[in-house]
Design a protein around this ligand. Structure first.
Ligand SMILES: Cc1ncc(COP(=O)(O)O)c(C=O)c1O
Length: 451
């Protein structure tokens, strides 16, 4: 008689079978059937920028584990933490960012950013400034507070009773413009909606505006040119702190170290980081503070409490090793070059396929493929088809892991597969990604959509 193995694991979804991944090798995942799958989503949700099994990072991790497990930031500082803060602020961050505060997750990094905005106003005697403005479709983390100011409708449903009041603007999503306008004739209506919201709320109550430079859970949606510079101006006019959630976009994912200053030519006040900072080898995140805020904190001698694993020596040593590896192998430039190659190939091979509505990206190895029922009207598929999820499962069976995203259009509708492979992937495997996506989209069109 065969025995059922014990299974006490509570999974995120009870309605899907999860492939079991037993190993990672460079840009491949290997499952328990021995199948090698291209890791087209860098660990599933995008952190593994350098790929799996990098010896330099593993060695740094082992060395740090032997040296010091923990010396908590409320009482001590540790060497990897100081070295990584110095590297971030002196070598990688945009000019003006003078301090880094370490946490373990992007959620915590964003919450610290929100707390810093509040502290900035408190230190300057503006007690009434507390309100947070964000955008629908944005995602800033999974705690109750972060869910409150995130705009992913399908993740918010069950938690409504716990939310505090925030204001959410319609997202700058030109392909499905919420205002039914067209860029550039729109006059950046979406950016000017921020000013309207601040004035309606009363500028004396508004603390900060938080947004991703490229909307990940919207499906790799970049705001149009001029959007963030306009937002910056509005924030300055009303003394509102601008927070860039660069948890996904930083450290080369968008072909640059940071997306908001380069792609959007805008300097935020606070930057939240995560994922790629340690390339997924250890939980690590950080909040970078601009001198403008730091000078105020320093003058008032005010700081903020952290978490048990904030500034964890092991994670910071891993972060240092990951960033050194990226620098030594010039991987940010590689992401930029291969990213534009992937985007061009996708346009050539996939854009004309039935159901492919939009292909977004071109800035680094980060791309979204959006499916629509009708290419002219851009009508999305019904949500209960879960088309992106189905295409994701089919692609996995065909040898490619993607990151499916649903609900970007209006919280319910919208299907996108995100492709964001490690920067170490060879060009011929970018070609394989495109071939697999082409075959899979045609397969889905025939078998699921009924083309
Ligand atoms: C843009 C963005 N911000 C914040 C987070 C939350 O990060 P974490 O899951 O590490 O808490 C994520 C996670 O996917 C993200 O994509």
């Amino acid at each position: 008689m065969t025995q059922t193995p014990p299974d006490h694991l509570m999974r995120q979804s009870l309605t899907r079978d999860y492939p079991r991944i037993v190993r990672g090798e460079r840009h491949y995942l290997i499952d328990d059937r021995g199948h090698r799958i291209i890791d087209g989503a860098s660990g599933g949700v995008g952190p593994c920028n350098v790929g799996h099994g990098v010896a330099e990072i593993v060695d740094a991790m082992a060395e740090q584990a032997r040296t010091l497990a923990l010396a908590h930031i409320s009482m001590y500082e540790n060497e990897p933490q100081v070295a990584l803060a110095n590297m971030l602020c002196e070598e990688l961050a945009p000019p003006g960012f003078t301090k880094a505060y370490f946490t373990s997750t992007g959620t915590e990094a964003n919450e610290l950013a929100i707390k810093m905005a509040r502290l900035y106003h408190l230190c300057r005697g503006n007690e009434s400034k507390y309100h947070i403005i964000s955008v629908w479709g944005g995602y800033h983390g999974s705690s109750i507070a972060a869910t409150s100011y995130s705009g992913r409708s399908n993740r918010r449903d069950d938690l409504h009773p716990y939310f505090f009041p925030t204001t959410k603007l319609e997202p700058p999503y030109c392909y499905h413009c919420p205002y039914a306008k067209t860029y550039p004739d729109c006059g950046l209506h979406c950016a000017h909606a921020l000013e309207q919201a601040i004035r309606r709320l009363g500028p004396q109550h508004v603390s900060c505006f938080i947004q991703e430079p490229i909307g990940n859970t919207l499906g790799c949606v970049s705001p149009p040119p001029g959007y963030f510079p306009a937002v910056r101006e509005i924030c300055d006019r009303y003394d509102v702190v601008l927070i860039a959630d660069e948890v996904i976009t930083a450290f080369g994912r968008c072909g640059e170290y940071f997306a908001m200053p380069t792609i959007h030519d805008t300097t935020p006040d606070v930057i939240a980081l995560g994922k790629g900072i340690s390339s997924g080898y250890s939980p690590l995140a950080a909040t970078l503070v601009h001198e403008k805020l730091w000078a105020v904190f320093a003058e008032a001698e005010r700081s903020l409490p952290g978490f048990t694993y904030g500034g964890n020596p092991l994670s910071c040593a891993v972060g240092l090793a990951a960033q050194n590896y990226i620098q030594q192998h010039n991987l940010v430039a590689r992401s930029r070059q291969l990213g534009s190659y992937m985007y061009e190939q996708a346009h050539t091979e996939l854009a004309e396929l039935p159901i492919v509505g939009d292909i977004r990206g071109g800035k680094g190895l980060y791309m979204g493929i959006e499916y629509v029922q009708d290419k002219t009207t851009r009508e999305p598929f019904p949500a209960d088809m879960n088309l992106a999820g189905t295409i994701g499962d089919m692609a996995f069976d065909n040898g490619l892991a993607t990151c499916p995203i649903g609900g970007g259009v209006d919280g319910i509708l919208g299907d996108v597969n995100l492709i964001k492979p490690p920067f170490t992937i060879p060009q011929e495997d970018i070609d394989r990604i495109i071939r697999i996506m082409k075959a899979t989209i045609l397969q889905a069109h025939e078998t699921v959509v009924g083309g």
